[in-house]
Design a protein around this ligand. Structure first.
Ligand SMILES: [Cu+2]
Length: 695
């Protein structure tokens, strides 16, 4: 079905391109080696704010959209804290309990130098918890110069687009000689509510600023890098979540030291961040009719982390040995501006600390065979302080379920430890210049998040799941353990590039919300339903279940001649429960893309067709709605105006198609154009332009 539709549409795209003689494209977004697919964002021409949207250019990767700057990376069906995201080497846990500021939101797309998606099984050296994959975002910080003389370089980007009247201005200026490098950077971006063919998505506006200062020192193989940054997000919608962003203020600081020579290298880093985040359900969306239902939430997140690794090179490969640590602490308080009596201490000093130890061997067996072996141990320690809230003081018919939940939480042993072992074994075989084969095996683990463990009162603070259900945590959760097998090949010959992969991942103790047979939690929900005249279903409780993920994905390209090429992706993934007959929630439908590219020295054009299959393999547990299939047609290109200036332009969704992205969530904000509870529509036709000045 999917492929029939795809063939039909591509037929029409090719016809269109053939007519538009001389119109062509450029879209070499993915390059890389066997394990790593590096998304070359320097080649993009789009005018988007959220770096997560760029993930769709890598096979197996996509994102869950809860708002215009709140995209949560998804890789092969896993998302949220299962995918390890590093921004300039830092692990930045979201400040909000509903992930309105996912880690990747700290790398605005306009400032990216690269966005790397590790393909398949991530190396143990790459990050602490990589059960669902590994993504590295790096912002541009320039290079050291060749001589003692200081030289200036920089990047300025200005852009705008029609669908939400977004505008963007970003500038980075670097002054460097061969020993010193100083960087100043500033970014401002904002947008109004976005249009779709039937109206507007309210609220979907956003507002974000960022300032960076960096200093680098290089001498004789030693590099020291110091960076500080401040990022301020203002009024920004999140229609798929119960609240919208009022502010997210974050400060980041990092230090890196590295020495490299012929036989060994040492890399170290130390970083901190502080996030303060305010959100409400009344300042951007239509406020609840009952004043008692107004809510605002103030949350903080503190991160600190370090990593020290050494690499030893020998004739047969290299050893990497390292230690790393990460600590996060979260507070979240909810109140009502109309009622001074109402309060909920949602999370009180919820802590999660991981200390890791790893060893990895890259080994060249002979000219054809190569291996990677890795072993990691993580110790996870978690704790949270006592909670309280006015709902614990309410009772109905002599029962006080809120009090029971509070007292049970406060009396529980909240300090929890996990000892997790990960390993990776990969083997690759190079048959000839054109063909490589690959086989990987791994065991990866992930301990519960602080929300999954410490959410004590039925609420929706569930890391951006956005299924509309309330959740309660489970202090006793075991760590998830996944065993994966992955195989694939890379073919490169006669103008063709083909890189198919097939994978199967079995997850023991997968953490999933299941129907809570928890009396006080159920009583609390029915009490609130009685009081507010609502009919919310009983809460889900995070529990350990068994699950599996499997699928195939592939990137491909064919160079027709020096000017014309075609390229695309194919993605298929399934996520299922093993303990019961159900699908997992919010899994990407099968999809494929094809781009026709035309390249000239000074300009290029791309026509791209993306086809999504319907998704009817939905989760009954999460009351998930199905979505229909659809296809989108985009066109984009650039003109290299001069040595320094490049003009990018394009139109997304040329046909102004109505569609709903299966990963885009349901509408939670009163809106005359989209009913509450309906799937949020995808954006309508969008004309964008961008000018980049590089020197
Ligand atoms: Cu929030």
């Amino acid at each position: 079905m999917l492929f029939r539709q795809f063939t039909l549409i591509m037929g029409s795209v090719l016809a269109t391109v053939a007519f538009a003689e001389g119109n062509g494209i450029e879209e070499q977004v993915i390059t890389g080696t066997r394990d790593l697919r590096k998304i070359e964002v320097s080649d993009t021409v789009e005018m988007i704010a959220d770096a997560a949207t760029l993930l769709r250019k890598a096979p197996g990767a996509t994102f869950n959209g809860n708002g215009p700057i709140s995209g949560i990376p998804q890789y092969r069906g896993m998302y949220g804290s299962r995918v390890n995201v590093e921004v300039n080497g830092m692990n930045l846990s979201s400040g909000g309990p509903n992930w309105m500021d996912p880690p990747l939101s700290y790398a605005p797309a306009a400032q990216l130098e690269s966005l790397e998606v590790y393909r398949g099984i991530a190396p143990v050296s790459g990050g602490q918890e990589t059960i669902g994959g590994l993504i590295n975002a790096t912002t541009w910080s320039g290079d050291f110069a060749d001589s003692d003389d200081f030289e200036s370089s920089g990047r300025v980007r200005i852009g705008g687009q029609s669908v939400n009247q977004a505008s963007l201005a970003s500038a980075t200026v670097i002054t460097a000689n061969k020993n010193h490098r100083v960087k100043f950077s500033a970014l401002a971006e904002q947008a109004n509510d976005a249009k779709f063919p039937g109206g507007k998505i309210t609220p979907s506006e956003y507002q974000r600023q960022r300032y960076d200062v960096g200093y680098g020192f290089y001498h004789d193989g030693h590099t020291v890098q110091l960076d500080v940054a401040r990022q301020e997000t203002g009024d920004s919608g999140a229609a798929a979540l119960p609240m919208d962003i009022q502010s997210i203020d974050s400060d980041q600081a990092s230090m890196r030291y590295q020495i490299e020579n012929e036989t060994w290298a040492l890399k170290s880093k130390l970083y901190f961040s502080q996030i303060e985040h305010g959100m409400t359900n009344y300042h951007l969306r239509q406020a609840p009719m009952m004043e008692s239902m107004w809510r605002r939430n103030f949350a903080t997140g503190d991160n600190a982390g370090f990593k020290v690794s050494t690499e030893f090179f020998d004739a047969k490969g290299s050893w990497v040995l390292g230690v790393d640590g990460h600590s996060e602490m979260h507070n979240s308080n909810i109140d009502n501006p109309n009622n001074a009596m109402f309060f909920v201490v949602n999370f009180n000093d919820a802590k999660r600390q991981i200390a890791g130890l790893f060893a990895e061997r890259q080994h060249i067996i002979n000219t054809q065979w190569q291996a990677e072996l890795g072993l990691r141990y993580n110790h996870v320690a978690m704790d949270a302080d006592e909670v309280d809230g006015s709902p614990a003081m309410m009772s109905m018919m002599g029962m006080s379920p809120g009090q029971t939940l509070r007292d049970r939480f406060n009396n529980a042993e909240r300090q929890q430890d996990d000892n997790n072992i990960d390993w990776v074994a990969k083997l690759s075989y190079s048959l000839n210049d054109a063909q490589d084969y690959y086989l990987g095996l791994s065991r990866k683990s992930r301990s519960a998040s602080y929300q999954e463990r410490y959410l004590w009162l039925p609420m929706e603070s569930a890391g951006g799941l956005a299924d509309g259900r309330t959740y309660i945590g489970n202090i006793e959760l075991d760590a998830e353990v996944a065993h994966e097998i992955e195989a694939g090949m890379d073919y490169q010959q006669h103008g063709w590039v083909l890189s198919p992969r097939i994978f199967y991942k079995d997850v023991k103790d997968f953490i999933q919300g299941t129907e809570a047979n928890d009396m006080p939690a159920m009583q609390f929900t029915s009490m609130m339903n009685n009081m507010n005249g609502t009919a919310k279903p009983a809460p889900l409780q995070f529990n350990n279940v068994d699950a599996r993920f499997y699928g195939v994905d592939m990137n491909w390209a064919y160079q027709i001649d020096s000017e014309w090429s075609v390229s695309g992706l194919i993605n298929y993934v399934r996520g299922e429960r093993k303990d019961i007959s159900d699908n997992l929630y919010r899994i990407s439908p099968a999809n494929a893309s094809m781009a026709v590219n035309y390249q000239q020295p000074a300009w290029a054009m791309t026509v791209e067709c993306i086809v999504y299959d319907k998704q009817d393999k939905v989760s009954a547990t999460n009351n998930e709605q199905t979505t229909s299939g659809y296809s989108l047609l985009n066109i984009k290109g650039y003109w290299q105006v001069s040595q320094y200036a490049r003009l990018g332009f394009g139109i997304d969704n040329i046909t102004d198609k109505s569609y709903s992205d299966h990963l885009g969530g349901y509408n939670r904000a009163m809106n005359t154009d989209v009913a509450v509870g309906e799937r949020l529509p995808g954006y309508g036709r969008n004309v964008f332009t961008r000018i980049d000045i590089d020197w």
